[in-house]
Design a protein around this ligand. Sequence first.
Ligand SMILES: [Zn+2]
Length: 151
Amino acid sequence: MTGSPCTKLPWECPAPLKVKHLVQSHKECRLCNRDPESVAHIAFNCSFAKQVWRSILSWVGMPIVLPPAIPSVDVWWEHLCSLLPENKRKALDTLFVLIVWHLWLERNARILREGEKMTSAQLTAKIEQKALEWIGAGAKDLGSLLFAASL
Ligand SMILES: [Zn+2]
């Protein structure tokens, strides 16, 4: 892909680049039905996304105050990383992909199945469930983040 900032294979890219490849813009966000859709909007600036982020970050023991608007995925990523010690960042990478992937799935589901919507609480529960499945399947870094949160 010419012009791509990441010349590595997708699974070797850091999370924000994976997210960029996932998202293409549409006119109106399907999660809040209010603001124009963009990468940054779906991933974290959307009011729906913010509720999910707030719940998940609290769940993993990082109840941080979310900035009102974040200009880009990279800025959000750096901000989150700055809050965690280096040995926890791989877990955050996994969590980042997990959250944004589920926001994207929900957005697609709303396009495909008009009228059927998950609430942010339902989506949060689904993400937590999936995180636990990944930990059970060997995602040790994510497990250590959650284990630390429960101490
Ligand atoms: Zn939105």
